[in-house]
Design a protein around this ligand. Sequence first.
Ligand code: SF4
Length: 498
Amino acid sequence: MNDRSESLTRWISRRIQPGQIVKYTGGGGDFIDDARMERLLHETGEPDKEQVKDIVAKSLAVETLSLKETALLLAVKDPDTRAELDRAALAVKKKVYDNRIVTFAPLYLGNYCVNDCLYCGFRTSHPGARRKVLSAEEIREEAGVLAGKIGHKRLIVVYGEHPQNDTEYMERSIKTIYGVKEKTRHGYGQIRRVNVNAPPLSIEDLIRLREVGIGTYQVFQETYHHSTYRRMHPSHTVKGDYQWRLYSMHRAFDAGVDDVGLGALFGLYDWRFEVLGLVAHSHELEARFGIGPHTISFPRLEPAANSAVTKNSPYRVNDEDFLRLITVIRLAVPYTGMIITARETPRIRSLSLDRGITQTDASTRIGIGGYSDATRTQDQDRQQFLLGDTRSLDELIREFAQRGLITSFCTAGYRCGRTGKCIMDLLRTGQEGKFCKLNAVLTFREWIDDFASEETQAAGERVLDAEIDEIRRMLPAVYPQFIEYYERIKNGERDLYF
Ligand code: SF4
């Protein structure tokens, strides 16, 4: 073994800290009870009208559904009842998030990885993958395009599990991104919230990320089904440890990172089981920490280079079931943010909006260095999967505005302490809307002035007029200060928020 592979082996051997699993499990099993979840799925019959009515009432009261109630929704076959559930999902979204939608861009910082997940083009045993880690200068360039030319304010930065992407690299790259400030048409652009999609980390490493000011910390379990998890993630790899991954969010809370994002890769196992897994995970976090997931993601398995699993999986989720799972998750965990990404086609993204999606990406490039290199089109050896929707942020925002939705670039919450339990309580009681409505209008004004095309501006102004009118009527006490901020933003000031 040469020096390089010896140090890599040492690095890998130190990744998992058994004490930081036992802390939560007591050395026993975890909170995902496969047998019970399978029973619920196979033994739950179609609910009657009264049952559906009661469950929907609970969702509309922004209460998390039980696994049994979720299984009942999953068992609905009647087309009329399914349509009723779709309408209820949208009503829940409107109650909690009103007509706001949040946009972000993913930024892949490197594609080195020590793991060997069978469904991934970046896995260590894929010889064709071209590997790269962005330097500080390259990160500045990427963030400069995102903040200064496209107009994003939020990123999800994505790190592989590898010493080249270790915690020190994460800290440095996040600081670099926050340091970017680019001149725009009327003001300046900045990335104001860096969410992180990273491998499971120790409590100590998570404290370091908290200290550089991360937003949401995402770790997707991929599949909650234990034996499928074992099959997909070879046991000699770090990712082969199901519980180290499952308790990532527990460690995050213990590190003081209280906005966490759950997710499953739909298509590895029965999608209905994964929905129950996400709900069970939400219950566990609520019970232990008093806070559920800030967001839930549900990417679908996509064909990946050199991966037979992605092409032949018997569990690939068709469009109809995909839309159903969105509806059921929205009803089961009513307060959570729900993210759909550009993996999906414009048609599916549009339909998902009617079922309560709250966040989406736009102008997306997932090839490493793809934002600043405009010549680089989709490239399977340099990205994890191919995109289904390559529309620009401007195009997407125009569609939203034409549907009466306001795109919020608000990032005030975590910067003034409205995170974790505080934000959860505000969401559950509908009060978050007050801050969010004001900040959505202020940040949308900024974006329109700095980045919108003429056509998008026209659609955006109509939404802004309607929102301002509503604020004047519904929030008279804050209206004078709000309108003062609004005028200052029109005159080129930036980053004013409530
Ligand atoms: S899914 Fe993630 S951990 Fe697994 S091989 Fe791909 S990049 Fe690595």
